[in-house]
Design a protein around this ligand. Structure first.
Ligand SMILES: NC(=O)c1ccc[n+]([C@@H]2O[C@H](COP(=O)([O-])OP(=O)(O)OC[C@H]3O[C@@H](n4cnc5c(N)ncnc54)[C@H](O)[C@@H]3O)[C@@H](O)[C@H]2O)c1
Length: 511
């Protein structure tokens, strides 16, 4: 598990037992024979003391390594301790199946095994962070740890980058930038509304970390996501005398990350940028994946670049400032991520808005996890990444037909339900799935039906002109069940009839 976790996060790894054997030049079993448990524990303490002087990313500790209070304190100070647990039967089975022998457990000695476990039970229970490992493979356990910690490393699009979901991180952003080795001056880009609430906190942290920095901001809202704003940002960056090795800091919702990311992609032919998403939508979606860009009068997101940030720092605490309507709008994407790849997240969303708010850090970590998995598998949208478009083919058309009276999240919620109904109608999803999804969305205060005052013909027309369509026909990502989506679905005649019925127009009416 330690190795798998270190590989996923691209950090170094040390196994404490291996290190003890390495330092002493004697295998652990022989050490036990020669020096007994007390001799081994003394060497273990020394090895741990050496390791924490410059801790690697991940250390695998032996099951008894933290029994000594001094070791426990040392480990807690150096990092975060995760206790991996399993049912006694699972543990016993693992010991029996293992190739190697363990000095304190004999094979086929259930009584001795239970005695040792009972003896250590209170100690193991005392760790606040526990991950159950029964029935999981080591990489799956490593992923559970990542979800628990909110730590991810995204690769596949040039240099990899870390995503950290950590409460209270924004007031310490300067320290995070230093620890991730960002040098040079910083240009802080934000919108006026976010800057007013959070900008000074970020500036103070940058000053405390001895950064040279300057700020620029533009009016909040989608109306700002255009070339004119981009030009003003470029000019501000010039005014701040940012150069190639400078870093741009994007503080705000998806509009800020799209504009600032595109400014970073193009300024001086590309500089580093760090994303500090402040809206729920930006945290779980817009700030991750490297898509940046602006709108044109002809449509949304028509000009842009793939230019991933070098770090994404997500502080769920700032969501307390986000207007409720924006929060709910972001929840549509969270529910979507649950449907795409995380039944646990979906169930959490199904428990209603109060539970979601109480568990918001877990919700953000899991929703981020789904996006990270998808974009890692398919960074440039050759296949699986299209699953993130779930709910968006009908959603975009409804949003646009409403002349943007509906918020993006509201339109996505409607799209999610409509597309699931389509999936049921063409026999891909089992019936009942759309009701379940509708119930969940309804429970968080999102609409699920296409408003009756929208012209169905117009919705169909907009769908046919979706920029993501291939060869003139929209391609759908459709759910099969919660946690499973199929991409790249082109409707046949029957499917199209189902779609037209769903939207409320009969095929052949000239839509
Ligand atoms: N690049 C991508 O992969 C991607 C993915 C999804 C969406 N997007 C884009 O994201 C944009 C939508 O993002 P959004 O919903 O975050 O919109 P937004 O950036 O306009 O933010 C919504 C509103 O919330 C305010 N706000 C944000 N954080 C706040 C906070 N913590 N406290 C108080 N107010 C806060 C903003 O000022 C704004 O008024 C769209 O332009 C969309 O195209 C991009």
């Amino acid at each position: 598990v330690g190795e798998a976790l270190a590989r996923a996060l691209e950090v170094s790894f040390v196994d404490l037992d291996n290190r003890i054997a390495e330092i002493s030049g004697i295998p652990i079993s022989e050490l036990f024979e020669a020096e007994g448990e007390s001799g081994f524990r003394a060497r273990e303490k020394n090895a741990l003391e050496e390791i924490v002087k410059s801790p690697p990313g991940v250390v695998a500790l032996g099951g008894g390594a933290l029994l000594a209070p001094a070791n426990h304190a040392l480990a807690n100070e150096a990092g975060t301790v995760i206790c991996l647990t399993a049912a006694p039967e699972t543990l016993y089975h693992r010991v029996q199946a293992a190739d190697d022998t363990r000095p304190l457990i004999q094979k086929n000695d259930l009584t001795g095994f239970n005695q040792l476990l009972n003896h250590r039970n209170a100690h193991y229970q005392s760790f606040p962070r526990q991950i159950a490992t029964d029935e999981l493979t080591p990489p799956e356990v490593a992923w559970e740890i990542q979800l628990h910690l909110g730590q991810y490393h995204v690769r596949g699009m040039g240099i990899g980058y870390d995503i950290l979901v950590t409460e209270g991180s924004i007031p310490q952003v300067g320290d995070y930038l230093r620890s991730h080795s960002f040098g040079g001056a910083i240009g802080l880009v934000s919108d006026e509304r976010v800057f007013e609430k959070i900008g000074p906190i970020v500036e103070q942290s940058l000053a405390e970390a001895d950064y040279l920095f300057g700020s620029t901001r533009f009016p909040a809202g989608e109306e700002s996501k255009n070339i004119a704003t981009l030009e003003r940002v470029w000019e501000s960056l010039l005014g701040l005398e940012l150069e190639r090795r400078s870093t741009l800091l994007a503080l705000g919702g998806g509009v800020v990350s799209d504009i600032a990311g595109f400014a970073a992609a193009t300024y001086m032919r590309g500089i580093n940028w760090v994303s500090l998403p402040t809206s729920l939508l930006a945290m779980v979606d817009a700030s991750i994946g490297g898509k940046t860009g602006v709108d044109l009068p002809q449509g949304k997101n028509l000009v842009g670049a793939f230019h991933p940030p070098r770090l994404v720092l997500i502080d769920p605490d700032v969501l307390s400032e986000l207007p409720v309507a924006e929060f709910k709008s972001g929840l549509a994407e969270v529910v979507k991520h649950g449907v795409i790849g995380d039944p646990v997240l979906f169930e959490l969303c199904a428990s209603g808005i109060a539970d979601i708010q109480r568990e918001i850090s877990v919700v953000v970590r899991r929703a981020v996890g789904v996006k990270v998995k998808v974009i890692t598998a398919d960074p440039y949208e050759q296949g699986l990444r299209a699953s993130l478009n779930l709910g968006h083919t009908i959603g975009h058309a409804v949003e646009s037909a409403s002349e943007y009276r509906l918020r993006h999240g509201e339109a996505v919620a409607i799209g999610l339900v409509s597309e699931t109904r389509l999936s049921e109608a063409i026999g891909m999803a089992r019936s009942g799935l759309s009701d379940r999804i509708a119930q969940t969305l309804h429970g968080v205060g999102l609409p699920t039906e296409i408003p009756s005052d929208l012209d169905p013909a117009r919705i169909i027309h907009r769908m046919m002109f979706d920029k993501k369509k291939v060869r003139g026909k929209p391609r759908f990502a459709l759910p099969i069940e919660v946690g499973k989506v199929q991409v790249n679905i082109e409707l046949d005649d029957r499917g199209e009839r189902c779609l037209f019925d769903l939207v409320g127009v009969s095929k052949g009416t000239g839509a």
